[in-house]
Design a protein around this ligand. Structure first.
Ligand SMILES: Cc1noc(C)c1-c1cc(NS(=O)(=O)c2ccccc2)cc(C(=O)O)c1
Length: 130
């Protein structure tokens, strides 16, 4: 097993732990699974690239993420979709926008708290070489 593969395996373990912690948080229940088109029939007319935490977890296992930045880009996509689909002044829309911003802040805080920057630099070097 090359040193690169060791680094990427460590990244996957780290990202699974963070994704599991986000998905366990009751606040983020609505982000844990793809939006149900039965429940929200016009969703795919407005949101062209759906994303959710279950999909993120399966992407980790499919080795889709080579660095934490790639993972955070999908978290940002979950947030952007929620803000775009729920833009109104209504209490429900404000509630989900607040939860989406909290998801982003928690994800960034976990990465910052638990990932040392030269580990991320190493991952970026691997990504840029590919
Ligand atoms: C996400 C999202 N983006 O636009 C909207 C609107 C939501 C959203 C969608 C749902 N209902 S759902 O059947 O698609 C679902 C249930 C459980 C987990 C994931 C999705 C509920 C809620 C809620 O706030 O409870 C929010």
């Amino acid at each position: 097993i090359s040193q690169e593969e060791n680094t990427l395996r460590e990244l996957r373990i780290f990202l699974r732990d963070i994704c599991a912690k986000l998905a366990r948080n009751k606040q983020f229940f609505m982000f844990t699974k793809p939006v149900d088109i039965e429940e929200v029939p016009d969703y795919l007319e407005i949101i062209k690239e759906p994303m959710d935490l279950e999909t993120v977890m399966s992407k980790i296992d499919k080795h889709c993420y080579i660095c934490a930045r790639d993972f955070l880009d999908d978290i940002d996509l979950i947030v952007r979709n929620a803000l775009e689909y729920n833009p109104d002044k209504s209490a429900e829309d404000k509630h989900i926008r607040h939860r989406a911003c909290s998801l982003r802040d928690k994800a960034y805080a976990f990465i910052k708290a638990e990932m040392d920057s030269d580990f991320e630099d190493t991952c970026r070097d691997i990504r840029d070489k590919r």
